[in-house]
Ligand binder design. Structure first.
Ligand code: APR
Ligand code: PHB
Length: 390
C-alpha cells in the first residue's frame, strides 16, 4: 500500500486530520489498533471551544453538532457552599463553548470518512514505524495476522498517550515534562436531566466535583477520588450521596439521580513531549501531550494541533513549501503550554491536595473569592476557557 500521509490512530486527532486532508484531495490511510466500536465505546470529555467547532465545520462534519450541541455562555464555580457564575460570553466579546460529546464528534468523523471512501484499517496490530528520519517512511502492521506495509511521505502520530509513535523516537531526540497528580476523577454517566443548565465546578472539603452534561436528558458527573480508587467500591447510591454533599443547597435539592450507564476512574496527569517533529514523523493530540481534564482542554488541544498540521501538509502538497511543516512543532507547543498552564491552574485551585493542609485550602478559597469578585481575574479565566487564539 502507498499513501501520502499514514495516520496512526483513529481518535479525534487522527480522524479530523484524515477528513481535512481528504477535503483537500490529499490521500491518507488511518491505521487503528482497536475496532471502530471499541473506539466509540470510550466515554470522554464534552466541551468544545469555538475554534474546535470551526475546524469540525471545515472538515464538513458539523451538521449534527450544530443541531444537537448545546451552546453555553457561562460556567459556575461553587465554593464555601455558594455558587458564582462566570459570564464567559460577556467577558470575551460574545464567545461561547459548545457541549457535545467527544464520542459524538468521533462518530460524525467516522461516518464522513467511510461515506467519502477514505481508507481506514481497524484492528491493525503491531504497528511499527521505519525510515521517518529519511525520505521514505514505511509503516509495518498486521491485519488479520497477515503482514502489510504502508509506504508514505509523512507519518502523523495521532495514537494517544500509550501509542507507538512517540515511543519510536530515539530517547536522546525527545524531552518530556510530566506531573502526575495524587488523585483521580470518578465519572458517572446517567440518563437524568442535568442539575443545572451550565457546568458547575466545585471546590469542597471532601474534594472536587464537576456537574456536566451531554444533553438536556443525559448528565455527566465527576468526583475527586484517590488515584488508585476501585470503581467497584462505588455503588450508584454512594456516588449520588457524595456528589450531593459537595453541591450548594440549591443544586443539592435539584439533583436528579438514576442508574449509571457508565462509571470509571481516570488518573490526572500533565505531560508534554518536545519537539513534535522527527524528520517525517509528526506527533499530535494525546500522543504529544496530556492535560488534566479540569480545564476541558484535551480534545481542544488535539484539534489545534491538527489545525496547524493539516494546514502545513496542505501547503506542502499543494504548493511545495515546507515552511508550515518546519514551524509546526514550535507553533503547536506555544499553544500547548498555555493550555497546560491553564489546566494545571484550574486543577490546583479546585482539588483537595492533602499535602498542603489547611493553609493551602485557605489560599484556594482566597483565590476563588478574588476570581469571582475581580473582572480582570474572571476575564482571564473566561478567555482561557473559551480558548486562546490560534
Ligand atoms: N497502533 C494503532 N493505533 C493505536 C496504537 C497503535 N500502536 N496505539 C494507540 N492507538 C489508537 C488508540 O486505540 C486510539 O483510538 O490511537 C487512538 C488515539 O486516540 P485518543 O486516545 O482519543 O487520542 P487523540 O485522538 O489525540 O484525542 C485526544 O481524546 O484522549 C482524549 O482527552 C483526550 O480529549 C482528548 C482527545
Ligand atoms: C465532561 O463533560 O466530560 C467534562 C466537562 C468539563 C470538564 C471535563 C469533563 O472540564
Amino acid at each position: 500500500m502507498r499513501t501520502q500521509v499514514a495516520i496512526i490512530g483513529a481518535g479525534p486527532a487522527g480522524l479530523l486530520l484524515g477528513q481535512l486532508l481528504h477535503r483537500e484531495g490529499i490521500d491518507a490511510v488511518i491505521l487503528e489498533r482497536r475496532s471502530a466500536d471499541y473506539v466509540l465505546g470510550r466515554i470522554r470529555a464534552g466541551v468544545l471551544e469555538s475554534g474546535t467547532v470551526d475546524l469540525i465545520a471545515r472538515a464538513g462534519c458539523d451538521q449534527r453538532l450544530r443541531q444537537e450541541g448545546l451552546p453555553h455562555d457561562g460556567v459556575n464555580l461553587c465554593f464555601g457552599g455558594a455558587r458564582h457564575r462566570i459570564d464567559l460570553a460577556g467577558l470575551t466579546g460574545g464567545k461561547q463553548v459548545t457541549v457535545y460529546g467527544q464520542t459524538e464528534v468521533t462518530r460524525d468523523l467516522m461516518e464522513a470518512r467511510s461515506a467519502g471512501g477514505a481508507r481506514t484499517v481497524y484492528e491493525a496490530a503491531g504497528v511499527h514505524l521505519e525510515g521517518f528520519g529519511g525520505s521514505r517512511p514505511v509503516v509495518h502492521f498486521l491485519k488479520g495476522g497477515i503482514a502489510q506495509t504502508l509506504e508514505c511521505d509523512f507519518i502523523a502520530g495521532c495514537d494517544g498517550f500509550h501509542g507507538v509513535c512517540r515511543q519510536s523516537v530515539p530517547e536522546r531526540a525527545i524531552e518530556t515534562f510530566e506531573r502526575v497528580y495524587p488523585f483521580g476523577w470518578l465519572g458517572l454517566l446517567a440518563d437524568v436531566p442535568p442539575v443545572n443548565e451550565e457546568l458547575i465546578y466545585v471546590n469542597h472539603e471532601d474534594g472536587f466535583a464537576l456537574c456536566s452534561m451531554r444533553s438536556m436528558t443525559r448528565s455527566r458527573y465527576y468526583l475527586q477520588c484517590p488515584a488508585d480508587e476501585k470503581v467497584e467500591h462505588w455503588s450508584d447510591q454512594r456516588f449520588w450521596e457524595a456528589l450531593r454533599a459537595r453541591l450548594d443547597p440549591e443544586a443539592a435539592a435539584a439533583l436528579t439521580t438514576g442508574p449509571a450507564l457508565e462509571k470509571s476512574v481516570a488518573r490526572l496527569r500533565s505531560f508534554v513531549a518536545e519537539p513534535l517533529r522527527f524528520g517525517r514523523l509528526f506527533l499530535a493530540g494525546d500522543a504529544a501531550h496530556i492535560v488534566p481534564p479540569t480545564g476541558a482542554k484535551g480534545l481542544n488541544l488535539a484539534a489545534s494541533d491538527i489545525r496547524y498540521l493539516s494546514e502545513a501538509l496542505v501547503e506542502y502538497f499543494n504548493g511545495g513549501s515546507t515552511a508550515g511543516l518546519d514551524a509546526y512543532s514550535t507553533k503547536a507547543l506555544a499553544r500547548i503550554w498555555k493550555a497546560e498552564r491553564f489546566s494545571w491552574w484550574m486543577t490546583s485551585m479546585l482539588h483537595r491536595f492533602p499535602e498542603v493542609g489547611r493553609f493551602g485550602h485557605k489560599i484556594q478559597l482566597a483565590e476563588l473569592e478574588y476570581l469571582v469578585s475581580s473582572e480582570a481575574a474572571s476575564a482571564s479565566l473566561a478567555e482561557n476557557y473559551v480558548g486562546l487564539p490560534y
